[in-house]
Design a protein around this ligand. Structure first.
Ligand SMILES: NC(=O)c1ccc[n+]([C@@H]2O[C@H](COP(=O)([O-])OP(=O)(O)OC[C@H]3O[C@@H](n4cnc5c(N)ncnc54)[C@H](O)[C@@H]3O)[C@@H](O)[C@H]2O)c1
Ligand SMILES: O=C(O)C[C@H](O)C(=O)O
Ligand SMILES: [Mg+2]
Length: 471
């Protein structure tokens, strides 16, 4: 499917070409036939008989890159000297760095930012620890903590392999909302050790964003940290996802003219995101939700060893529907996929109620390719940035943390999450709303602003704000 793991990319081919044997036109045609578009050509060396050129090629489907390189290398008179992938180039040496806010130009500066001047500041914080918020990076800094156990939909790939995602989240925090965020990938998947470690790290940070920690451990880790820390702790895959799904659903339902109270929703993948998404939908008055995981529907009355599923069985599926996804999807108004690639099939979509809404949110490869689903759905969304209707928690976490850091909230309450969802949905006006525009763009500055404001208002109403920011 087009939605392959890495999506599109650009590559730079360094080619040595024998002038007599091959023309550039031939190479361009071959690139085109192999699924690439030539974007730029630079001559890096020109000799009597050969030239070396760097050719930048856009690949819509990066999985076709190897075949393209092979095809070009097989052309008479062409030697492939090097291939570099822009996506990998953007990761060289990591994606973030720390920069000082002011230069240290002389001894005088040095004696203020460092010893001896710094000692007075240390002692001021020692006397009143709350001053850490005004005199250190704490007030604007969030830890993005992962154990690498559920990285996107790639599974348990470990802490080192999780880093590119966490660095990416840190970039987004800063670019979207001015929040300084630091990726911390832990070499443990033990619940108690993670809790202990995050608590030990907490003095540095104004908030903790837990990321890509698998269920059910993620529930206890988050609950305990919320209880035991006085800064907000937010498991993004649970609540960030739940918030954006509710936002998307509020707008999609306007298009199909259905009410939250009357719809049947099938949630596939009853993990961190699936459970939180179910809870927020219930808080928004959806009553008929059927959860499906690898063994089929989660059914009331059945015994589940996983405590999160035991809770789920008692609180969902009012009509006790059972069996595989293909069974319970019949007549559903909404499908929400938070599981893995390719789980939803075209006949499943065709068996849904009128005007199906399909949110196939697994990253990087959704539960169904939009190309396959589109003829049969009314509203289609994925978590990816290369299709319309991107429903991704990046629409939530920057604004929510901007809000809680600004009003120094101690917690993120249910009211704050609901307010964030409504704020995101409200960025798309009724005039703009249509099947392929239910969510605002990730780059729409209004998103962070509206989410921040809504979160601050809700923080005051919930009594968790600790700093006055309203006039
Ligand atoms: N778009 C977004 O913003 C967003 C946000 C969070 C998570 N996600 C995606 O949702 C997925 C789940 O993330 P998570 O953090 O909840 O992970 P998780 O590991 O906590 O839960 C995943 C659940 O899906 C189930 N599952 C996996 N394959 C399945 C299949 N073939 N059929 C039925 N169930 C299956 C697993 O058994 C597990 O219960 C990932 O692909 C992730 O990328 C997307
Ligand atoms: O990282 C993303 O793009 C969204 C989400 O946090 C995920 O785990 O898939
Ligand atoms: Mg995630």
């Amino acid at each position: 499917m087009a939605g392959s793991i890495g999506g599109s990319t650009s590559i730079i081919l360094r080619l040595e070409m024998e002038k007599q044997a091959v023309s550039f036109g031939k190479i361009a045609t071959a690139i085109n036939e192999a699924g690439g578009d030539v974007i730029a050509i630079d001559v890096s060396q020109s000799g009597k008989t050969t030239t070396v050129r760097d050719i930048t090629v856009h690949m819509n489907d990066q999985s076709r890159t190897d075949a393209l390189v092979e095809k070009i290398g097989a052309l008479p008179g062409v030697k492939v000297i090097n291939v570099s992938d822009q996506t990998f180039l953007m990761h060289l040496g990591g994606k973030i760095e720390t920069t000082p806010k002011m230069p240290i130009k002389n001894r005088d500066d040095l004696s203020r930012v460092y010893t001896p001047g710094v000692a007075r500041v240390c002692m001021a914080i020692h006397e009143d620890p709350s001053k850490a918020f005004s005199l250190t990076i704490k007030r604007n800094t969030v830890a993005v903590v992962s154990d690498g156990s559920a990285v996107l939909g790639l599974g348990n790939i470990g802490p080192e392999a999780a880093m590119p995602v966490m660095e990416g989240k840190a970039m987004l925090f800063k670019q979207m909302a001015g929040v300084d965020a630091f990726p911390i990938c832990l070499d443990t998947q033990d619940t108690e050790e993670i809790i202990r470690t995050v608590k030990a790290l907490a003095p540095t940070f104004g908030g903790i964003n837990l990321e890509d920690i698998s269920s059910p451990r993620c529930f206890e880790i988050e609950e305990r940290l919320i209880e035991e820390l006085d800064i907000p702790v937010f498991h993004d895959d649970q609540h960030g996802t739940a918030v954006v799904i509710l936002a998307g659903l509020l707008n999609a339902l306007k298009i199909v003219k259905k009410q939250l109270e009357n719809i049947k929703v099938v949630v596939c993948g009853i993990g961190a995101a699936g459970i939180a998404c179910t809870k927020i939908l219930q808080a928004a008055n959806v009553t008929n939700i059927v959860g499906v995981d690898r063994e089929g529907a989660i059914v009331p009355g059945k015994d589940y060893a996983n405590p999160a599923w035991a809770w789920y069985a008692e609180h969902t599926n009012p009509n006790r529907e059972s069996g595989a996804l293909s069974n319970v999807i019949i007549g559903a108004d909404v499908f929400i996929g938070l599981s893995g690639p390719g789980v939803l099939k075209v006949p499943d979509v065709r068996s849904m109620a009128r005007d199906p809404i399909v949110f196939a949110m697994a990253n990087p490869t959704p539960e169904i390719a939009p190309e396959d689903a589109e003829p049969y759905v009314r509203v289609m969304a994925t978590g990816r940035s290369d299709y319309p209707n991107q429903i991704n928690n990046v629409l939530c976490f920057p604004g929510i943390f901007r809000g809680v850091l600004d009003c120094r909230a101690s917690k993120i309450t249910e009211e704050m999450k609901l307010a964030a969802a409504k704020a995101i949905a409200s960025v798309v006006s009724d005039e703009e709303l249509n099947e392929s525009y239910i969510m605002p763009s990730v780059f729409n500055q209004n998103v962070v602003e509206k989410v921040k404001e809504a979160v601050i208002d809700a923080a005051y109403a919930s009594g968790v704000a600790r700093r006055h920011v309203r006039g």
